[in-house]
Design a protein around this ligand. Structure first.
Ligand code: FMN
Length: 192
């Protein structure tokens, strides 16, 4: 029988080995509903964006665009750097949005969340990211918003998310993302 699981591509905006946001993505893989799977794309190795090179992107950028296109939905897990999204994440987003007219992001359902060591838990970065998603013409899920503040208190020494309230929110976010994705694909099928 055909595999009916919906594929969500998860991208965390950190390269750090002990990154809380990469750990959140690993937790999300375990919390995904049974009719979905989360695959992870790591951002290491993506060069700095240069518009002169956009017609000849690196193999890693080509892979990113292929993985985004193959996924039914995207899950961004963003840290907050200086009240905004990290350059490494914006850089990857910019690459996969180019060349003009050939963006991989166009029309994709997307959800976002983030973890930070401060109490505000990436709220400012997430609103900047939402603005970027608008520019990309992605379909961003609104609820639940998940801003994981004081991250150090919510993980154990193995980097596993231990906070039950946060886990429950992530479960709900992923359920909503799956429902949102199916709704959007039905709407576009009936419009065809
Ligand atoms: C350059 C830089 C800027 C940062 N700015 C913020 C900030 O504006 N707000 C915040 O909550 N945390 C800020 N932090 C702290 C991050 O929340 C913290 O480093 C977090 O662990 C990064 O995510 P990661 O664990 O996934 O790598 C900053 C960290 C760095 C390295």
């Amino acid at each position: 029988m055909a595999d009916k699981k919906l594929t969500i591509l998860g991208i965390a905006g950190s390269l750090r080995k002990s990154s809380y946001n990469r750990a959140v993505l690993r937790a999300a893989q375990l919390l995904a509903p049974s009719d979905a799977r989360i695959e992870v794309f790591e951002l290491d190795g993506i060069p700095s964006f240069n518009e002169d090179e956009e017609q000849h992107p690196s193999a890693k950028v080509i892979e990113l665009k292929e993985r985004v296109r193959a996924a039914a939905a995207i899950l961004f897990v963003t840290p907050e750097y200086n009240y905004s999204i990290p350059g490494v994440l914006k850089n990857a987003i910019d690459w996969a949005s180019r060349p003009y007219g050939n963006s991989a992001w166009q029309g994709k359902p997307v959800a976002l969340l983030g973890a930070s060591v401060s109490p505000l838990g990436t709220a400012r970065a997430q609103y900047h990211l939402r603005q970027v998603l608008l520019s990309l013409d992605m379909h961003a899920l609104n609820r639940p918003e998940i801003m994981i503040g004081n991250a150090a208190e919510r993980f154990n020494e193995q980097g596993e998310l231990t906070d039950e309230k946060t886990k429950e929110l992530i479960r709900r976010l992923l359920q909503n993302l799956v429902a949102w994705t199916r709704q959007i694909s039905q709407q576009s099928a009936s419009a065809d």
